[in-house]
Design a protein around this ligand. Sequence first.
Ligand SMILES: *[C@@H]1O[C@H](CO)[C@@H](O)[C@H](O)[C@H]1NC(C)=O
Ligand SMILES: *[C@@H]1O[C@H](CO)[C@@H](O)[C@H](O)[C@H]1NC(C)=O
Ligand SMILES: *[C@@H]1O[C@H](CO)[C@@H](O)[C@H](O)[C@H]1NC(C)=O
Ligand SMILES: *[C@@H]1O[C@H](CO)[C@@H](O)[C@H](O)[C@H]1NC(C)=O
Length: 455
Amino acid sequence: MESKYITLSFFIIFLHFITFSNSKSIVKDLPGFDGHLPFTLETGYVGVGEDDAVQVFYYFVESERNPTEDPLLLYLTGGPGTSGLYPFLYQIGPLSFNFESSWKNNITLELNPNSWSKAVNVIFVDLPVGVGFSYAKTWEASRSSDSIVTLHSYKFLRKWLIENPRFLSNPLYISGISYMGIIVPNVALEIYNDNERGSQPQLNIKGCLLVSPLTDKFIDFNSRIEAAHRLALISDDIYQATKETCHGNYIDNDPENTLCSSNLEHVDECTNGINFSNILDPLCDETNMKPTCREAANIFIDAWANNKDVQEALNVREGIIEKWEFTNTSIRYNLDKEDTIYYSYDVFSSIADHQQLLTKSCQVLIICGDHDMTFPCVGQEKWISSLNLSIESPWEPWFVSKQVAGYQMTYAQSQYSLKFATIKGAGHSVALYKPKEAFAMMDRWLASHTYSSGS
Ligand SMILES: *[C@@H]1O[C@H](CO)[C@@H](O)[C@H](O)[C@H]1NC(C)=O
Ligand SMILES: *[C@@H]1O[C@H](CO)[C@@H](O)[C@H](O)[C@H]1NC(C)=O
Ligand SMILES: *[C@@H]1O[C@H](CO)[C@@H](O)[C@H](O)[C@H]1NC(C)=O
Ligand SMILES: *[C@@H]1O[C@H](CO)[C@@H](O)[C@H](O)[C@H]1NC(C)=O
């Protein structure tokens, strides 16, 4: 009798395992890194959606300073469709490739001295479903959209926090880069609203941190022409003529308006050879992956993440993902892209979400690289000024090591504040170009809100 019972409970435990609900483990070593990792890395899956049909993979790095009290950042990667492994290994995470040795076919990882984990706990996630190591158990669940990503991000975070309750009291910030500017404010808003509805446990939400965000699919893309003018890629004359004939709308020009079309062609001719990620960088194609193309390191991340030993070390479930891709190109957005069978781009602008955040106790930081033409600073300024906020401190330089690191401006309205900060010389993936400055801005801004004693 008893042995039957034991067999049955084993069977139930076994069932529990094969349904793969949630799982997590601490990663002590990683191929390419010499010795044990000197920081705490947890990876795992959290199930979201109906019957947990979406399995979201994540990388959680504990703060190397004071994990108990430092803020907790959920960091969403752009695209949409780029894996959380990208910021983990290239932008703000604890590791980066040693390029010298990696180019010699010896992929080697080293510590990133400007890792954000020196100051905060960070969760990098593979979202939307179909990105990185995240996957769906059914065809229905493999389809996603901006609204679904918002929901999944929130559900993921809530479940993760319930399983890791020791981080429930840390100040929580929702953050992300690029396309996630469409998603992040909405995730934050959901959390504020759910807290107000008395949902338990309460999440200790404090605000949002956005790097080079896409906020409005008209304003941000449209601002590229003005940015090209400011950065002297087009002349005054070209700019004025284009502006007048296109009436300031460079996105959906009426094809009958041939004057506008021909001016836009002139603009294209001037900017086609420019790398929009950072106007100072070369254009890199597959045949030109020289070490000067920073993200040519895509080659390394691709080889590394597809290595079976790496996947085993990260506790990736075997045999589910055929090939790990840096970016799922069927999900990735570009201007005017139509919905695909996998993804619906159903949010046009997050300005309305920002407007609702004004009524909350919410701190927002917007960082932009002043050499970025993807979503240029001038577009950021436009949508921010449309919020009609009062200025708390005017446009001024900010410094790192006594040098101007960029410019900043702060707005405030009762419990709400917004800081807009540029980083001089940086492109789209700000921390890739100016790691020290990006870290300094994040750290100082968080410190000014998190610790009232001002430590
Ligand atoms: C790979 O590079 C690392 C770090 O540069 C070095 O310690 C190691 O010996 C190299 N391995 C091979 C096989 O060259
Ligand atoms: C891209 O995402 C879709 C939708 O989830 C998924 O079916 C597909 O397998 C993904 N592609 C790759 C290369 O991972
Ligand atoms: C622009 O520069 C970045 C950084 O060097 C590089 O990764 C990217 O591939 C370049 N983009 C194009 C379109 O060449
Ligand atoms: C901001 O102010 C302008 C001009 O006063 C007004 O047209 C607009 O509706 C205001 N926007 C908001 C969000 O209050």
